[in-house]
Write a protein that binds this ligand. Structure first.
Ligand code: NDP
Length: 439
């Protein structure tokens, strides 16, 4: 029942999951008997709060804060915090809902949650970022904890923001514990967490392609976004011999035929926090296309001919026109680093054409899986090497691919990983909810 018109993204995500569950629900009456669908679409708890802070001009600023604690059947709530002006209750609810099934697919003991704010970090000074993060935590701290709810980063929240939020949590709670993941390596972070989502999306593509006797070696790939996920997708693509030729941000996209200059991209985005217009100043052969010049109704990233595409920016960035462009140019693999980047009609086309399509909740689960590895290291007070973490990450991505494709086959559509991911994730959470009783 659509009781709130402003929750568009949540309804989109929920409809996609519920549609794929039909064969499972019909086969096993226990899920209907226990009203699992009705229960799972309602968050266990939603916290909406005011965040007051003072900017560098001495002006009071007011933002909205959110934390949706969606489902704790499998473990403490786990999911990132997003700081972006487009954040609202519907966006956080969609992300939290997806997170439940994604976290279940990792095979680890983590429940689903998500949070954030409509605060826009762009153009803010370091002091403003710190004051905002501290103000945000003065309310959030009372709801989270290492065994209760463990937030992480997402769009607009990286190691710097996690640091400021952790500092405030520690002061308010008077506890030094693994309450946030994505921490600095100096004080409790895990090697490999920064790279995990991007690396994981490439591993997922590798396993999808391996099952079709294909590889990414020497293949042209397109990547959207230029943040954490995009950068480490590009890095892993190079490591396995592929050629990533694009990246983008909200203002435009870069097409660098010879392959994206990864060191330059890292310098611009991770160190200097600059726009992509700077990239072409250093790489005159690359082409920059501003958003205003994208062909109407398309994302220019997806009109570049490629073998595989890695959407790594944001929700609904790849529509039906983009999907058609990709297929017409010979793309046979889409592995989603971002959450819900493809619109429903684009997804349906990928499924119909039986390309190797890895939906976000499976393909980008490497990030949260490695966050759980960070929690495990914090809890046992040990640190694993980069190689240990990466080996575990690759194994987890392989398991997710195998679980989703086996489940898809069990329900008669072996190449439909949307069906496989939704059913496999749901089944695990639902069975745990039944075993734990009506709580
Ligand atoms: P970052 O903030 O590091 O980067 C986001 C990138 O996407 C930036 O290049 C940004 O451009 C671009 N972007 C954001 N909003 C829009 C928009 N409305 N239109 C076009 N481009 C946009 O975030 P992450 O890399 O961490 O996250 C990217 C995606 O991956 C998100 O969907 C996130 O939920 C998902 N994800 C992230 C995980 C992680 O571990 N970080 C884990 C699993 C999923 P600009 O700078 O111009 O805004």
């Amino acid at each position: 029942k659509r009781s709130s018109p402003s929750q568009t993204e949540f309804y989109q995500a929920a409809e996609e999951v519920l549609e794929s569950l039909r064969p499972l629900i019909e086969k096993y009456p226990k899920y209907a008997k226990h009203k699992i669908i009705e229960r799972i679409v309602e968050p266990e708890r939603q916290i909406f709060f005011r965040v007051n802070w003072v900017d560098d001009n001495g002006e009071i600023q007011v933002n909205k804060g959110f934390r949706v604690e969606f489902n704790s059947a499998l473990g403490p709530y786990k999911g990132g915090l997003r700081f972006h002006p487009s954040v609202n209750a519907g966006v956080i609810k969609f992300l939290g809902f997806e997170q439940i099934f994604k976290n279940a697919l990792t095979g680890l003991q983590i429940g689903g949650g998500k949070g954030g704010s409509d605060f826009d970090p762009k153009g803010k000074s370091d002091n403003e970022i710190m004051r905002f993060c501290q103000a945000f935590m003065t309310e959030l701290f009372r709801h989270i904890g290492a065994n209760t709810d463990v937030p992480a980063g997402d769009i607009g929240v990286g190691a710097r923001e996690i640091g400021y939020m952790f500092g405030m949590y520690k002061k308010l709670a008077n506890r030094y514990e693994g309450v946030l993941t994505g921490k600095s390596l100096l004080w409790g972070g895990s090697l490999g967490r920064t790279q995990a989502t991007g690396y994981g999306a490439v591993y997922f593509a590798k396993y999808m392609l391996e099952a079709r006797n294909e590889t990414l070696e020497n293949k042209i790939c397109v990547v959207s976004g230029s943040g954490n996920v995009a950068i480490y997708t590009i890095e892993k693509l190079y490591q396995i011999g592929a050629i990533p030729v694009t990246c983008s941000d909200s203002r435009g996209m870069i097409y660098d035929k010879e392959g994206i200059d990864l060191e330059l991209l890292k310098e611009l985005k991770e160190v200097k926090r600059q726009r992509l217009t700077e990239y072409v100043k250093h790489r005159p052969n690359a082409i920059y296309t501003p958003v205003e010049e994208y062909k109407e109704g398309t994302n220019a990233v997806y009109s570049i001919p490629c073998f595989a595409a890695f959407p790594s920016a944001t929700q609904n960035e790849l529509n039906l026109k983009d999907a058609k462009n990709l297929l017409a140019n010979g793309c046979i693999c889409v592995s989603e680093g971002a959450n819900m980047p493809s619109t429903p009609d684009a997804v349906n086309l990928f499924i119909k054409e039986k390309i190797a399509y890895g939906p976000g909740k499976a393909a980008n689960a490497g990030g949260v899986a490695t966050s759980q590895l960070e929690m495990a290291q914090n809890a046992s007070m040990v640190n694993w090497t980069f190689e240990e973490v990466e080996a575990k990450l690759e194994q987890i991505m392989k398991n997710i691919f195998e679980t989703t494709s086996k489940t898809a086959a069990e329900f008669g559509e072996p190449t439909n990983l949307v069906l496989g991911a939704n059913i496999a994730g749901f089944r695990k959470v639902a069975d745990a909810m039944i075993e734990q009783g009506l709580v």
